[in-house]
Design a protein around this ligand. Structure first.
Ligand code: PBG
Length: 335
């Protein structure tokens, strides 16, 4: 019989055993990142020839149609899962006409992406009116200036058709209108686009962390989106939106932003019968960049930790402005 030396000063249970060496930690890691689960949001702006850097998102640019192919090729080479395109038109109006113009910037960019990398990456488009309307809201307004849910659904139907015709493989419904998934599914199916995938931004919160995105898309919004995006106070309501969107036919559901909503993400991952994605939004990116640039945090470690946390909480894939860079790190074995 072995003589036990266990005592208060010699613990029997030692979790630290599994943390001794980098090789051991690597072997027992519960969460692993892979390039395939990263999706890169990209901004494409009409009327520019060269890429324009964004002040509030260092390292991120508004692409021109000419600068887009190189960035797409880099993303494909890095092995990421897809790209999500946002368009910035030169002219905006009350109904967001450019969104449904076949020569509108987003639709042209989609065709470019489909041609350049459509075989390697899932080419995805943001389906929302805020980049295209002069008032900056995600839908059209009624006579009183209130976002008109049902009139907006008609515009989303038209937008969905145009995006599908332009070659988008997956439509990201980010407008938070009631019934948008069912309406868009119906329109696509009636027009031979049964194969186009719908990502529902199901639990999308009215968040201050979208701040830098407003610069990125040159948003003209006055006021806020609290009458359609979720109240940050509400966890259960996030699940309600997820359930509704799955019932309406969403192929994938999303929680957004990511890091302040990991509880909603974990709830969603625990119950969803379809893939669950999360969006590490512009403000999350900007905070890491700003603190990193000041030497207040280790930027690269913070990037890796933030994405690991989002995946650990339950995201199957993550939309992140770091997608191409982090995919390269993973391939190099750096993380
Ligand atoms: C709406 C949309 C927004 C974002 C993605 N889609 C802006 C908003 O809802 O205000 C934000 C993304 C980010 O902040 O990175 N088209």
């Amino acid at each position: 019989m072995s003589k036990s030396k266990h005592s208060l000063d010699h613990p029997l249970v030692r979790p630290r055993r599994l943390r001794q060496t980098p090789a051991m930690r690597r072997l027992v890691a519960e969460t692993r990142l892979s390039p395939a689960q990263l999706v890169l949001p990209m901004f494409v702006r009409e009327g520019i020839t060269e890429a324009v850097p964004l002040g509030s998102m260092p390292g991120i640019v508004q692409h021109s149609l000419e600068s887009l192919p190189k960035a797409l090729a880099e993303a494909a080479d890095a092995g990421i899962g897809g790209v999500m395109l946002f368009g910035i038109p030169e002219t905006k109006d009350a109904v967001g006409s450019q969104a449904t113009d076949e020569n509108g910037i987003l639709n042209l960019a989609t065709a470019v992406a489909q041609r350049e990398v459509g075989g390697e990456l899932v080419v995805q488009t943001d389906l929302c009116l805020d980049e295209f309307t002069d008032h900056g809201h995600c839908g059209v307004l009624d006579k009183k200036g209130v976002v008109d849910n049902d009139a907006t659904l008609g515009r989303y139907r038209e937008m969905a058709l145009m995006q599908a015709r332009s070659g988008s493989q997956l439509l990201g419904l980010s407008g938070m209108m009631d019934g948008q998934v069912a309406a868009v599914r119906d329109e696509l199916d009636a027009n031979g686009f049964e194969h186009v995938v719908l990502l529902a931004y199901a639990a999308k919160y009215a968040s201050a962390f979208y701040g830098p995105f407003r610069e990125a898309v040159q948003s003209t919004l006055q006021g806020d989106r609290r009458s359609y995006q979720l109240d940050p106070a509400n966890r259960r309501e996030g699940l309600r939106e997820v359930e509704l969107d799955i019932a309406e036919g969403a192929d994938v559901v999303m929680v957004k932003p990511a890091m302040s909503y990991l509880d909603v993400l974990a709830d969603t991952a625990a119950t969803s019968t379809v893939p669950v994605w999360a969006y590490q939004v512009s403000g999350e990116y900007a905070m890491i960049e700003a603190a990193g640039a000041n030497g207040w945090i280790d930027r690269d470690r913070a990037v890796a930790e933030s994405l690991t946390s989002i995946v650990r909480a339950g995201a199957d894939a993550v939309l992140t402005y770091y997608a191409t860079e982090v995919a390269t790190w993973i391939r190099q074995g750096r993380i």
